[in-house]
Design a protein around this ligand. Structure first.
Ligand code: SF4
Length: 273
């Protein structure tokens, strides 16, 4: 089997991390707002983004050696994953993310943020628990309105399944957060639903989180998509501020974070979770 380099130096929005880790190329979830659509990996493929995904080649066990080498140079913090979802539908069969987490548990980095919208993450509770407070599972839940999911991310798992995954991980003692990113139109019950299942939340939107003041989201046609859905008034930065205020009525002040701050590794290793 050919040798993959699992760890990649982190840059840009993820500069708070030393490395990113992407077990798959492509992503079957195909979210309409996904910035990867405009990156070379998607543009040069010749197939529509969201209709293909494949595991990276390589022995996942070699990640432990990569981590050991990286750790000799200083603290290692990993964003897992930045340009795919580690719990693709394919992961149920491939078990590649699971094998990479097992390698991490053998040679733990200082911190790993496991970012996903796949409820399959609960399958790996046993491996996640081996990482203790060095891992945080960040589950994307952008809304509680399934009509929004069907309109903007129709291939992604239902929100109820993701809320249930957050609850199950928390009950199993795995550090978690909800990533309301990007915030989509929601019902008045949404803030309470998040507060009930997650000890921590990060909220982001098309304006703060796209790394270009909203221009990347504009180029992806999100403003037009909202207008066509009759939701033009939801395409506004004030929506995030209103939702954050609702969360802060229900959660401790330091449990509610906004944009990059909420995705960064903890500055104090003693307060990782
Ligand atoms: S799950 Fe993430 S990587 Fe996949 S299409 Fe959606 S935003 Fe892009």
């Amino acid at each position: 089997m050919s040798q993959a380099r699992w760890l990649t130096p982190a840059t840009g929005f993820l500069a708070g991390y030393t490395h990113t880790l992407n077990p798959y190329v492509g992503c079957a979830y195909g979210c309409s707002y996904c910035y990867v659509r405009r990156l070379p990996v998607a543009l040069f493929r010749g197939e529509p983004w969201g209709e293909w995904a494949q595991p990276k080649a390589g022995d996942p066990a070699t990640l432990a050696r990569e981590l050991a080498r990286a750790k000799r140079k200083g603290p290692v913090t990993v964003f897992f994953s930045s340009v795919t979802d580690p719990y693709q539908p394919l992961e149920a069969k491939e078990r590649l993310t699971r094998a990479l987490l097992a390698a991490m548990a053998d040679e733990p980095p200082d911190f790993v943020l496991l970012q996903t919208r796949g409820p399959l993450v609960t399958r790996d509770v046993d491996v996640l628990r081996r990482l203790g407070d060095r891992v945080r599972v960040s589950v994307t839940v952008e809304s509680d309105r399934d009509d929004m999911r069907r309109a903007l991310t129709p291939s992604a798992p239902p929100y109820a399944a993701r809320l249930a995954a957050l609850r199950a991980l928390r009950e199993a003692g795995v550090p978690t957060q909800a990533a309301v990113s990007p915030l989509l139109p929601y019902t008045p019950a949404f803030a309470a639903q998040i507060a009930a299942v997650a000890p921590r939340v990060v909220v982001d939107d098309y304006f703060r989180g796209d790394g270009s003041g909203g221009r990347r989201s504009e180029r992806l046609g999100m403003r037009e998509a909202y207008a066509q859905l009759g939701l033009a008034d939801w395409y506004a930065p004030e929506r995030l501020e209103a939702f954050v205020a609702e969360l802060r009525e229900r959660m401790p002040p330091d449990a509610v974070t906004v944009s990059a701050e909420g995705f960064n590794p903890p500055s104090d290793p003693q307060s990782r979770s």
